[in-house]
Design a protein around this ligand. Structure first.
Ligand code: IMP
Ligand code: MG
Length: 173
């Protein structure tokens, strides 16, 4: 399948640094818990954490919403929960891409029951094409109108995650 570079690695990394700077200053005295959403956000998450300049903790959560192909199945399942207690803590979810918004909405509902002091979202990409649920992205890297993206952690049927740039996949099924 044909790939076209949409966001080159250098551009990604300077944006990641900018986001880490904003988050570090906003959470200065809060020792936030940054929660990476597996698997896609792992590359973004680890680059972001390395640019942070304040004390923080990390954990991971995993949700499955996509089967094969490029569209959401519409139902979201949590397949791994977080392990650090979040009651009274400041939680920042870190996601690779928000598309329909179903995954984030589901995770948010689940975590809110644990009564964190605050819960916000940082997403590398805000993809507007298929939004179904209104999502407030507190820290957003890039807005993209449409297209199926791969690379820098993003996959198509588990392929292409290793690519350094974010690319558009031409003619996916
Ligand atoms: P949502 O529930 O539709 O918002 O989708 C969120 C999840 O779908 C993301 O965490 C990604 O794993 C996946 N996803 C959505 N759009 C893309 C894309 O363009 N490329 C790769 N994965 C995507
Ligand atoms: Mg994901």
């Amino acid at each position: 399948m044909e790939l076209e570079i949409l966001i080159p690695r250098d551009t990604i990394l300077s944006k990641v640094k900018e986001l880490a700077g904003q988050i570090s200053s906003d959470y200065m005295d809060h020792e936030p818990l940054l929660v990476g959403i597996l698997n896609g956000a792992v590359f973004f998450f680890t680059d972001l954490i390395r640019e942070m300049t304040i004390p923080l903790k990390i954990d991971f959560i995993r949700a499955a919403s996509y089967g094969n192909g490029t569209s959401s199945r519409g139902s979201v399942q949590l397949t791994k929960g977080i392990e650090i207690p979040i009651q009274g803590k400041h939680v920042l979810l870190v996601e690779d891409i928000v598309d329909s918004g179903l995954t984030f909405t589901h995770i948010m509902q689940f975590l809110k029951k644990e009564e964190p002091a605050s819960i916000k979202l940082c997403a590398l990409i805000d993809k507007l094409e298929r939004r179904e649920k209104t999502v407030c992205i507190d820290y957003c890297g890039f807005q993209v109108d449409e297209g199926f993206l791969v690379g820098y952690g993003l996959d198509f049927n588990e392929q292409y995650r290793y690519l350094p740039d974010i690319c558009v996949l031409k003619d996916p099924r």
